[in-house]
Design a protein around this ligand. Structure first.
Ligand SMILES: CC(=O)SCCNC(=O)CCNC(=O)[C@H](O)C(C)(C)COP(=O)(O)OP(=O)(O)OC[C@H]1O[C@@H](n2cnc3c(N)ncnc32)[C@H](O)[C@@H]1OP(=O)(O)O
Ligand SMILES: O=C([O-])CC(=O)C(=O)O
Length: 373
């Protein structure tokens, strides 16, 4: 019989990975040995994605090649094109992404191969496409068209331009690029674990990332960033402390706080707090930043909980003009680079992931025919 399980697999080491590492006590995060504090603000999203998917921070030539591959991977398949507007009418953003990425399999030239080369190509295409899917979905539901992606610009610049239909400032692009770097990978988080479980059956990369998108959607994981903004918008600015204390007293969770692994501040939240403050000053709209600071103080005083990555990401995206229901899709634009890197890693050294369970049901039941039950 199996040992008593730890609820939610807490502290269980479920996979080996060379992609990212967390020191939860010290509040440190590393991508392939590089400290997130060294990467954030200095490395572009494309460099971080190359690091995760291809193993190294790219040289200039490698980066140019990878960026060209991303630019070439932006074309959406015929089945996606045919269905996009119908899906945008009927599905919420994360539902739509789950559907669209699944449909994208149909026209992917490498759909039937899990070879390392095919996986590298698919990882680049999926990473290139995710931002376009979000922008095209948003345009379709708003009755707009999306400006053509400029191959000379990176994922961050093109995404902001396409979603807002205005030219972002260079600083806005830098800030958003940093957000993408900060969200790219995070060890065995729920969506990455889901992707690895799927990939470990030798299912294809698209199937694995569809599982991951469905898992990221929930409010205990990536969906929390949208809920943070909804909470901020629902509170009268002068009543933050009372409302938050009331929610905690009622046993409610405050979205954007707490973490399974970090026992101190999430290092990504440190960057995002600073970026949120900067944007609150440059936009002249300090209300949500001030409210966030007050929420942080109250939650810490009451529960000793720190903000996680989703907390200040919410106000950063808000100040960048991103619609609130696209916050979790934005997370997926970045995390696609990590999910696909994990699928590459899983397929390269695979064993089926099939843990045991503890049986807690009835035993020795006596079967009766239906008319005697
Ligand atoms: C990208 C990401 O996924 S980051 C996480 C995003 N999710 C959120 O922000 C949602 C809010 N946070 C949470 O639900 C949790 O902190 C999680 C899911 C992130 C981590 O969960 P776990 O490690 O399983 O902790 P768990 O949910 O068991 O909480 C432990 C205790 O802290 C409390 N707690 C944890 N987070 C919060 C919170 N945000 N607000 C209030 N109380 C909280 C729980 O109520 C519980 O209290 P109890 O022991 O008195 O019952
Ligand atoms: O690691 C986790 O459990 C959640 C998280 O912060 C992430 O996925 O970025």
């Amino acid at each position: 019989m199996a040992d008593k399980p730890t609820k939610g697999l807490a502290d269980v080491v479920a996979a080996s990975t060379a992609l990212s590492d967390i020191d939860g006590k010290a509040g440190r995060l590393f991508y392939r040995g590089y400290d997130i504090h060294d990467l954030a603000g200095r490395t572009t999203f494309e460099e971080a994605a190359h690091l995760l998917q291809r193993g190294t921070l790219p040289t200039g030539a490698q980066l140019a090649k990878y960026r060209a591959e991303l630019a070439g991977g932006q074309t959406l398949g015929a089945l996606v094109e045919e269905n996009l507007s119908k899906i945008a009418e009927k599905q919420t953003p994360m539902e739509a992404l789950r559907t669209l990425v699944s449909l994208a399999t149909a026209d992917d030239p490498d759909k039937s191969s899990n070879s390392p080369e095919a996986n590298q190509r698919k990882a680049a295409r999926l990473t290139a496409q995710q931002g376009i899917l979000v922008a095209r979905y948003h345009a379709a539901r708003s009755g707009n068209t999306v400006p053509e992606a400029d191959p000379a610009l990176g994922v961050a610049a093109n995404f902001l331009h396409q979603v807002s239909n205005r030219t972002p400032t260079p600083r806005e692009i830098e800030i958003f690029d940093t957000c993408l770097v900060l969200h790219a990978d995070h060890t065995m988080n729920a969506s990455t674990f889901a992707a690895r479980v799927c990939a470990a059956t030798l299912a294809d990369m698209h199937s694995a990332v569809v599982a991951a998108i469905g898992t990221l959607k929930g409010p205990l994981h990536g969906g929390a960033n949208e809920q943070v903004m909804r909470t901020l918008e629902s509170i009268e600015p002068s009543r933050v402390a009372g409302v938050v204390r009331g929610k905690l007293a009622a046993g409610e969770k405050i979205m954007g706080f707490g973490h399974r692994v970090y026992k101190t501040e999430d290092p990504r939240a440190t960057h995002l707090r600073r970026l949120s403050e900067e944007l609150s000053e440059s936009t002249g709209d300090r209300t949500f930043y001030r409210m966030s600071r007050e929420m942080e103080e109250v939650v810490f005083a009451e529960k000793k909980l720190y903000p996680n990555v989703d907390f200040y990401a919410a106000t950063v995206y808000h100040y960048l003009g991103i619609p609130t229901d696209l916050f979790t899709p934005v997370f997926s634009v970045s995390r696609m680079s990590g999910w696909t890197a994990h699928v590459i890693e899983q397929h390269a050294d695979n064993r089926l992931i099939r843990p045991d369970s503890e049986y807690i049901g009835e035993r020795d039941q006596k079967w009766k025919p239906i008319d005697e039950r």
